[in-house]
Design a protein around this ligand. Structure first.
Ligand SMILES: Nc1ncnc2c1ncn2[C@@H]1O[C@H](COP(=O)(O)OP(=O)(O)OP(=O)(O)O)[C@@H](O)[C@H]1O
Length: 798
């Protein structure tokens, strides 16, 4: 938001600037903006006041909070600012290089064509500058990118900071620039974009920033220079050695040369006057005989001609020193790249500078019609926003290069959404270089690349499991010398699963071609997993002989499911049942119909087969009267049938749903969705079947009573109560809890031998519920006064 505008040529792209009082700038207003004045001002900037002639803006509130946190942070690792700036510079260079593929002119000529990063120090003034010849920013870009438009990551990062205090993650939230305020209290960003003039952005992180047309600095040609006026306590960053160390540490995978304007002590020969040269000779005599001898030889060589005497003095000269060797790790032979190099490469790609290693990587070359090299990583942790707007966001983490030129990291076509958690890059020689991004997006090779990437990614994930000793059945039976490697791999798949399991499930839902491969990666707990994760293959290996189906149950948590009546007989008969407790599992199981020729059976739904019971027919016959009667009694309850159950042991009844309708758990999930459609709910709600346990005394007694007198009201009442209890125990939400409660109380009355008609005792001093006619007005005016409470409806009721 623009605060104040008084610069010449004030542009009108910012609509309705509110005229607010000047907030910043110690220098009085009204100075002209000619270059002399600007220059003078620039010189007096050591006073650290923003240029008075600039346009002033307020930071967006979240950005301001973020800056406050950074500037007051006690975080000790302040080094991170440099890697963030270099990373921004590199991004800007990537952008201009990409544009230059289709428009050569864009790079300009001379030095402008050099795609590099330069770092310069002014030790005296404690100014550190990082300059790039990247795309640069227009005035509007500066306003938007550096302060007025908060990115989605801003508030997420502020929140994260409040809990963890770990600033290291700043780059991952897309707000890395602001880390400059860890080391500087005043920052200038000078930028020149091809489409605009050169501008200076400046701020002291006090809630506001200023922008002026740059008429006093050296013209950049194109690109951006970030000038940090270092804080007193950040003096170490005014040391070349420190900067060299940091660039080596953090920026070794930057694909552009990083040059430091480095000082060098050199010996120079200068004419010496006689006295001094004598001194010199004396010292050299005493210090180095060899050197002296050489000098003599030299003089002899030159045929006795006496040269004017000179002396050597140390002088400081400056020259650009290249700090990185631009190496593309993916072009190297995988056998020659060390684990440590892959880890570092991952950290730089992911902007994740924690100590954690990636969970896995895959580096390969694809040959044939479409050639490409790729490196894929499974990060150790899911990013904070992985499943936020999953279906709308364009969030691929794969960088696409064509013949080593960075093209884009927003290429949706390379990986399906469910694999968006992978990091890495693809460099293809087959794709054309000089076409627009849109053309590239339609290139037929992309399909082949995608297919191969998915295969490789799934293989890589499978390997995490294969190498994890916790995953195999013969835990820890390996040689001693392998043990350290094994320790490292231990528990890795569970870690993967906790972070990215949902992605695998989404994959099963979305990717029919790879469904089986993905199903192999599925993990869950079950009645036999002993609190650990288990797989479908392991489940199958434990199946009972003759068992045809894979049994599962869905619900909110394992503890509840373990007690479910649906498991009673299955557990007794030693069948294993999978627990699915994530809401996404309900959707998952609509797509995962079978695995290795085994069908999935939800044990709370119709169709459960556990082998024939010889008494089945007999039981059915002997309970016929009861089931028929009960079906009739439940006619208004959306109950399709009443049947003899084959899944119960200790519970009298359960309510199961039809095979293709929603389970009770799904009904609950749908009801909790605010925007769910009530019509669809009614349509999708599974038909219910009440299943009764013919061996249970309650059911047996009920049969007796029904046979005796099908019209007995108390029997009807009891049957209804049993049904409602069964509904609840089967995971349904009761539509009329009040009705259920009053039935329970009636039954309690009976068991306490209280008369069904016993009334509740009246209170002695109950106030009149309805005010007497004459006090009605007074009552309503009292309600008027009660601000928190009043609504017209309530008033009406009063
Ligand atoms: N050197 C630069 N050249 C051109 N644009 C830049 C430069 N530095 C920053 N920007 C612009 O400012 C924006 C904000 O930078 P910031 O570092 O806060 O976030 P980011 O670069 O998007 O994410 P990250 O922190 O992960 O690098 C960038 O997206 C970019 O548009």
């Amino acid at each position: 938001r623009k605060l104040h505008a008084n610069a010449e040529g004030d542009s009108d792209e910012l609509v309705n600037p509110p005229k607010v009082e000047e907030k910043i700038g110690a220098v009085p207003n009204g100075l002209s903006t000619d270059s002399d004045v600007a220059k003078r001002e620039a010189e007096s900037m050591s006073k650290r006041s923003l240029r008075s002639t600039a346009e002033k803006f307020e930071f967006q509130a979240e950005v301001s909070r973020l800056m406050d946190i950074i500037i007051n942070s006690l975080y000790s690792n302040k080094d991170i600012f440099l890697r963030e700036l270099i990373s921004n510079a590199s991004d800007a260079l990537d952008k201009i290089r990409f544009l230059s593929l289709t428009d050569k002119e864009i790079l300009g000529e001379g030095d402008n064509t050099k795609l590099e990063i330069q770092i310069k120090l002014d030790k005296e003034k404690k100014i550190l500058s990082i300059r790039d010849r990247g795309i640069g920013m227009t005035k509007e870009d500066l306003i938007k990118n550096l302060g007025t438009i908060a990115k989605s990551g801003t508030s997420a990062f502020v929140e994260k900071m409040q809990t963890s205090g770990d600033l290291n993650l700043i780059g991952q939230f897309g707000v890395g620039f602001y880390s400059v305020y860890l080391v500087a209290d005043y920052v200038e960003v000078i930028s020149k974009h091809n489409d605009d003039k050169q501008y200076v952005w400046e701020s002291k992180a006090d809630g506001a920033f200023a922008i002026s047309e740059d008429t006093w600095n050296e013209q950049l040609g194109r690109g951006t220079e970030v000038r940090l006026h270092l804080r007193e306590e950040a003096g170490e960053y005014a040391e070349e050695s420190k900067l060299k160390e940091l660039v080596k540490k953090y920026s070794e995978f930057i694909n552009f040369p990083i040059n430091l304007w480095a000082s060098k002590e050199v010996d120079v020969e200068v004419p010496a006057d006689d006295d001094e040269s004598n001194d010199e000779e004396e010292t050299s005599e005493s210090s180095s005989f060899e050197e002296d001898k050489e000098d003599e030889e030299k003089e002899e060589d030159e045929e006795g001609e006496k040269k004017p005497k000179t002396k050597k003095v140390k002088e400081t000269t400056y020259e650009w020193e290249l700090l990185n060797d631009v190496k593309a790790i993916w072009l190297r032979n995988p056998r020659e790249v060390t684990d440590e190099e892959y880890t570092k490469f991952y950290h730089s790609l992911a902007k994740d500078f924690s100590d954690e290693k990636p969970l896995a990587w895959s580096h390969f070359t694809a040959e044939g019609d479409v050639e490409f090299k790729a490196v894929l990583f499974v990060p150790p942790k899911a990013p904070h926003d992985l499943y936020e707007s999953y279906y709308n966001a364009n969030k691929s983490n794969l960088k696409l290069y064509v013949r080593r030129v960075f093209i884009s990291d927003e290429f949706d076509e390379l990986l399906p959404k469910y694999l968006n958690f992978l990091m890495g890059l693809v460099d293809s020689d087959t794709l054309p270089l000089n076409v627009s991004r849109e053309m590239l997006q339609q290139h037929s090779s992309l399909k082949t690349i995608k297919k191969k990437l998915i295969r490789k990614a799934l293989d890589m994930i499978r390997r995490i499991a294969e190498e994890d000793p916790d995953e195999s059945n013969d835990n820890g039976k390996k040689d001693d010398d392998e043990s350290s490697d094994i320790d490292e791999k231990k528990g890795q798949y569970a870690k993967f699963w906790n972070e990215f399991g949902k992605s695998i499930k989404l994959g099963i839902i979305e990717d029919a071609t790879n469904r089986n491969r993905l199903a192999k990666l599925l993990r869950f707990e079950s009645t036999k997993s002993g609190g650990k994760l288990t797989s479908l293959d392991q489940y199958i290996s434990r199946m009972k002989s003759g068992q045809k189906d894979i049994f599962y149950i869905t619900g909110t948590n394992k503890e509840q499911l373990e007690k479910s009546p649906f498991l009673e007989r299955l557990t007794k008969k030693n069948y294993e049942v999978i627990f699915f407790t994530d809401p996404v599992d309900e959707y998952l199981m609509q797509y995962l119909m079978d695995y290795e020729d085994k069908k999935f059976q939800n044990v709370s739904k119709e169709g459960l087969k556990l082998g024939k019971d010889s008494k089945d027919k007999e039981l059915k016959e002997s309970f016929k009267e009861l089931t028929k009667w009960w079906k009739g009694a439940l006619a208004n309850e959306n109950v399709d049938d009443v049947k003899i159950s084959n899944r119960l042991a200790d519970t009298p009844c359960v309510v199961v749903t039809s095979k293709y309708g929603w389970s009770a758990n799904m009904e609950r999930i749908m009801q909790s969705q605010t925007l769910s459609d009530a019509n669809k709910q009614a349509y999708m709600r599974g038909k219910r079947v009440l299943e009764i346990n013919p061996r249970h005394p309650i059911v047996k007694e009920l049969r007796e009573r029904v046979v005796k007198d099908p019209e007995d009201a108390s029997v009807k009442q009891t049957a209804q109560l049993i049904y409602q209890t069964a509904l609840m125990e089967s995971g349904f939400i009761l539509s009329d809890p009040k009705d259920f409660a009053s039935r329970i109380y009636d039954s309690v009355k009976t068991s306490l031998s209280i008369s069904p008609d016993a009334a509740v005792e009246e209170e002695d001093d109950v106030e009149e519920a309805e005010p007497a006619p004459e006090t009605k007005e007074a009552a309503s005016s009292k309600a008027d006064a009660d601000e928190d409470f009043e609504t017209s409806d309530v008033k009406d009721e009063l």
